[in-house]
Design a protein around this ligand. Structure first.
Ligand SMILES: C[S@@+](CC[C@H](N)C(=O)[O-])C[C@H]1O[C@@H](n2cnc3c(N)ncnc32)[C@H](O)[C@@H]1O
Length: 301
C-alpha cells in the first residue's frame, strides 16, 4: 500500500464522488481544491482514533511509528481524527486516553459537504468559527482568494498551530486566524457574505445575525432533540434576523460556551416532537432574531 499522500487523496475523492446529493456534485471547484490541498499537512503526528477500545481508552495513530496507517486514516472519507481532549488537559503524548473530545479534524466527506452547502463564491468575505487544525479554512481560502477569510478559534494553542499551517501552505492567501470566542463573531471585518461554523450551536449567536449582510448565509450544525446535530442553513436580512431550514443529520462538538444543555423548550423547539416518525429535515423551518429562535415542523398539505 502506498505512502504517497496524493494516492490517498485521489482515492478519498473517488469515494466522495459516489456520495450524492451534495458533496462534489455541481461543485467542480471543490473537487479541484480538495485535490490541491494536502490534508496530511494539517493533521498532527499523534491523534486519537474516535472509537474506544474495550478498556474504554481511545487508541492513537502515530505518524512517526506507523506512517502508512496514519496516512490512510487521514484520508478515510468518513473518519474524524481527534486532535484535542479535555481542552488540552490530556496531552496526546500520554498515550491512549479517555476524555471529552474538544477538537478534531472533521472527516473529509463532511468538510466537503459543508462547503457544498455553503457554496462560497470567489472574492466573498467569509467568517469561519472553529479553525481547529486550519484544514477547512485552507479549502475555503483557496476558493475565496487572498485576504477574504477570517477564522476564529477559542483555543490559543490550536489557533497558533492553524495559523502556522495556513501560512506554510500558501502565504499569499493571508488568512486571518483570530484567537477568541467565535460566538461574538469578528466585527472588524463585518459584514460577511457568509458565516460558517464547524462547532455546533444550541442557540444561534445574535452576533452572527448582525454580522452577515442582507441575503448572506449562516451555515452551522445545531443540536437537535433527535439525538444528534443537524446542519442548518439560514438566510440573513442584514438587520439581526434570519430564516432557514435544517439540511441533514451531522455530529459536531458544541461551541465551548454552549456545552450545557438547556431544556428544549428554552431553545425554541416545539413542545411535541414527532420523534417516532421524524419528518424530512428540510421541513424543519428555523427563524432567528431579536425575540429568539424558533424551530417548527412545516407540513406540506
Ligand atoms: C470540529 S473542530 C474544527 C475543525 C476544523 N474546522 C478543522 O478543519 O480542523 C471545532 C473547533 O471549534 C473550536 N471552538 C469551540 N468553541 C468555539 C468558540 N466559541 N469560538 C471559536 N472556536 C470554538 C474548538 O476549539 C475546535 O477546535
Amino acid at each position: 500500500m502506498s505512502t504517497d499522500p496524493g494516492y490517498w487523496r485521489h482515492a478519498c475523492a473517488r469515494s466522495i464522488d459516489t456520495y450524492a446529493p451534495g458533496y462534489f456534485h455541481q461543485r467542480p471547484w471543490l473537487r479541484e481544491d480538495f485535490l490541491a490541498t494536502p490534508r496530511e499537512q494539517f493533521v498532527p503526528d499523534l491523534v486519537w482514533w474516535p472509537d474506544a477500545r474495550d478498556d474504554g481508552l481511545y487508541p492513537q495513530l502515530d505518524r512517526t511509528v506507523r506512517p502508512r496507517q496514519w496516512l490512510e486514516a487521514v484520508y478515510r472519507p468518513l473518519a474524524a481524527l481527534i486532535t484535542q481532549m479535555d481542552d488540552g488537559q490530556t496531552p496526546a503524548a500520554n498515550g491512549p486516553a479517555s476524555g471529552t473530545f474538544t477538537s478534531s479534524i472533521s472527516c473529509p466527506s463532511i468538510v466537503v459537504d459543508m462547503l457544498h452547502h455553503l457554496d462560497p463564491q470567489p472574492g466573498e468575505n467569509v467568517l469561519e468559527i472553529g479553525a481547529g487544525t486550519g484544514y477547512s479554512a485552507a479549502l475555503l481560502a483557496r476558493r475565496l482568494g487572498p485576504r477574504r477569510l477570517v477564522t476564529m478559534e477559542i483555543d490559543a494553542a490550536l489557533a497558533q498551530e492553524a495559523a502556522q499551517r495556513l501560512l506554510r501552505l500558501d502565504p499569499a492567501l493571508e488568512v486571518l486566524v483570530v484567537t477568541g470566542d467565535g460566538e461574538l463573531g469578528y466585527p472588524p471585518r463585518a459584514p460577511y457574505d457568509r458565516i460558517v461554523s464547524t462547532a455546533a450551536v444550541r442557540t444561534i449567536p445574535p452576533a452572527w445575525l448582525h454580522q452577515v449582510r442582507h441575503g448572506g448565509t449562516i451555515l452551522t450544525p445545531i443540536d437537535t432533540p433527535y439525538g444528534h446535530d443537524a446542519l442548518l442553513t439560514l438566510t440573513c436580512d442584514g438587520a439581526g434576523s434570519a430564516t432557514g431550514h435544517l439540511i441533514k443529520p451531522v455530529a459536531f462538538m458544541k461551541l465551548r460556551g454552549q456545552r450545557h444543555q438547556p431544556p428544549w423548550k428554552n431553545l425554541g423547539w416545539p413542545k411535541e416532537l414527532p420523534v417516532a416518525d421524524a419528518p424530512p429535515w428540510k421541513h424543519h423551518r428555523v427563524t432567528a432574531g431579536p425575540t429568539g429562535q424558533r424551530i417548527y415542523v412545516h407540513r406540506a398539505r
